[in-house]
Design a protein around this ligand. Structure first.
Ligand code: ZN
Length: 133
């Protein structure tokens, strides 16, 4: 795994949280994007090498809506950049981690992504992400 590519933060309302993070980071949101398969709207900030991804559910049954229901708003996942996502998925599988998807799937920000089950990672949802070519 390479650097932390981004941190994902679950929020109830992007219209409130985007200006809040713009103030906090003193930098503008540079991209918003809907990921329909995940039922989320995302908004991105860049802070040095690392990005912040705000996640808002597009419906009451989305994963982010359920997360907020259970835990409230806050840190949702840590995403690590990988060079070869399939190879890294195989390595982690061999180490006994449980992957939430068998194949890399399209994520926001032109990435292929895979999530690890937080049960096996001390409760932290980990995302692997690789730039799509
Ligand atoms: Zn993410």
């Amino acid at each position: 795994m390479q650097k932390v590519e981004h941190l994902g933060i679950a929020v109830k309302n992007l219209q409130i949280s985007v200006p809040l993070f713009e103030k906090l980071l003193n930098s503008p949101c540079y991209k918003t994007e809907q990921v329909e398969t995940e039922k989320v709207n995302t908004a991105f900030f860049k802070q040095g090498e690392t990005k912040i991804e705000l996640l808002e559910s597009t419906g009451p049954d989305g994963v982010i809506a359920r997360f907020i229901e259970k835990k409230g708003e806050g840190l949702h996942h840590i995403a690590f950049e990988v060079v070869d996502i399939e190879k890294e998925m195989q390595r982690l599988k061999n180490e006994g981690f449980v992957l939430l998807n068998d194949k890399p799937k399209p994520g926001a920000d032109n990435k292929l992504v895979c999530f690890l089950h937080p049960k096996h990672t001390n409760g932290v949802l980990i995302e692997l992400c690789m730039e799509r070519k």
